[in-house]
Design a protein around this ligand. Structure first.
Ligand code: HEM
Length: 450
């Protein structure tokens, strides 16, 4: 059976400068093939050491057991700070803890149920928007999944669809921000002392300012509405009315704008990438697409129906394994550590790579194969616990993990119920990592009504 697309690896030995060049082009193909079976790899740069860890107990130490000793480094935020300010994605220590205490309750199980009608409506809107293209001609799917995921965020956060004037302007401006700021926290990986100033292009700063101005308007309006007592019970209201149980403080407008910016960025880029890759996999493996269509045919807009979409969930989970939207995460050591018998100094960079962990050839059966049935096997269950991190883990786990699993499953079921997707001969997408895992030349599919 043909395997899903995987980027070529680089030769085992290259110079630092060659590595940096490859790295700037794409961090996935810049790595040697041996990382798929290594438990750890050490990279030496002139300014710091970097350790990619692919060993369950080490990852657990960093993410679950002692996360305070492995904060995010300032370098990570460098490219994103003009847009994200002091958002929960970038902060550390007490500020981060306070922010999570305010945000997390809005994303808890019971409350997620309240977001379901808005997610459903966004899915219906995506099906309708795609109807004119259901003509069996090649169509680039990723801009469409991006549109749908942005719609989900605005509907669940502010109860407005993407067609709303401000929402659509944020979406457009965000696309230009991405063009000016070629992203994946490159600054975090590229050698350079942490004190080195980072310069932003003028247009990067300008689009960040414009996006923040628009989000400020939405947030200020919502604050006024909360004060007048007439508000929808959406995520924005939930977060803005939640007081930190320890200090009694709520977010002010500025800090809420920081969080809205990260919900938009982290919440739509990732889901868009996951949905596009899942549709491509379904086009490659039509027998799984048919299974989804079958279970989706019975689906209604009731939240309780979600649990019946078992194949859809297994497929989405498998797509997140093969194409984790966040391929790597970076932390920093703050004290002397021993990693697999090696001494590691404070200030070293620690890279957790879902991309490599999810294909670790010594852990997974058939790591490069698309096999949604694996989640029912012993190997699949063990690996799900120990070698599967699409949303990270520990206290810093993705806030939107539960939300994203609902969104992904519902939108997939709605799309596959409406359309049959097929691959386009000669257009095999090559995964590359920008902010999320994308395809170098887009993901192209044909589709027709079912
Ligand atoms: C398939 C979709 C998604 C994937 C794969 C994903 C993955 C991740 C990962 C791996 C992290 C950790 C990054 C790191 O530690 O460096 C993260 C953090 C985060 N995600 Fe998601 N995410 C998804 C969707 C969402 C959604 C829908 C939202 C919000 C609506 C969201 C909000 C966040 C936030 C706020 C953080 C920062 C958490 C913190 O640092 O405390 N994500 N996400």
């Amino acid at each position: 059976m043909t395997l899903p697309p995987k980027p070529k690896s680089r030769p085992d030995r290259v110079s630092l400068w060659q590595y940096m060049k490859l790295f700037r082009a794409d961090i996935l193909s810049a790595q040697p093939a041996k990382l798929y079976r290594a438990w750890m790899a050490e990279f030496k740069t002139p300014f710091f050491r970097s350790y990619l860890i692919n060993d369950h107990s080490l990852i657990k130490r960093v993410l679950n057991e002692r996360p305070d000793d492995f904060p995010k480094s300032d370098r990570i935020g460098a490219g994103l700070r003009p847009l994200l300010g002091n958002s929960v994605f970038l902060t550390n220590g007490d500020v981060w803890k306070r922010q999570r205490r305010i945000i997390d309750p809005a994303f808890e199980g019971g409350r997620l149920r309240d977001t379901f009608p808005a997610i459903w409506a966004a899915g219906e809107a995506a099906v309708a928007r795609m109807a004119p293209h259901a003509t069996n001609t090649p169509f680039e799917i990723e801009p469409e999944t991006s549109h749908a995921a942005a719609d989900v965020i605005f509907r669940t956060l502010f109860s407005i669809p993407i067609e709303n004037e401000i929402a659509s302007e944020v979406f457009d401006k965000f696309k230009s921000y991405q063009r000016t700021q070629p992203i994946l926290n490159l600054a975090a990986f590229v050698p350079g002392p942490s004190w080195m100033p980072r310069f932003f292009r003028k247009d990067t700063k300008e689009s960040a300012t414009a996006i923040r101005k628009l989000i400020t308007q939405l947030t200020q309006d919502r604050l006024d509405d909360i004060q007048s007592g007439n508000v929808p019970d959406d995520l924005a209201t939930k977060i803005m009315t939640t007081a930190d149980p320890e200090t009694g403080e709520k977010f002010d407008v500025e800090e809420m704008v920081d969080q809205v910016a990260i919900f938009f960025l982290a919440g739509h880029e990732t889901s868009a990438s996951a949905l596009a890759w899942t549709l491509y996999l379904l086009a490659m493996y039509p027998e799984w697409q048919d299974k989804i269509a079958e279970e989706a045919a019975e689906m209604t807009s009731e939240f309780s129906q979600l649990s019946t979409l078992k194949h859809t969930r297994d497929v989405f989970r498998e797509a997140l394994r093969l194409y984790p939207p966040v391929p790597m995460m970076v932390r920093e050591t703050t004290r002397p550590e021993t990693f697999r018998g090696r001494s590691v100094k404070p200030g070293a960079q620690v890279v957790v790579s879902p991309w490599h962990l999810h294909r670790q050839s010594r852990l997974w059966d058939n790591p490069d194969a698309f096999d949604p049935a694996r989640w029912g096997t012993e190997n699949g269950k063990t690996c799900q616990r120990e070698a599967y991190l699409p949303f990270s883990a520990g206290p810093r786990v993705c806030t939107g993990a539960g939300f994203a699993m609902i969104e992904g499953v519902v939108l997939l079921a709605q799309l596959v119920r409406a359309y049959r997707f097929e691959i386009v001969e000669g257009r095999v997408p090559v995964p590359v990592a920008h902010l999320t895992v994308r395809s170098e030349d887009g993901i192209w599919l044909r589709f027709v009504p079912r």
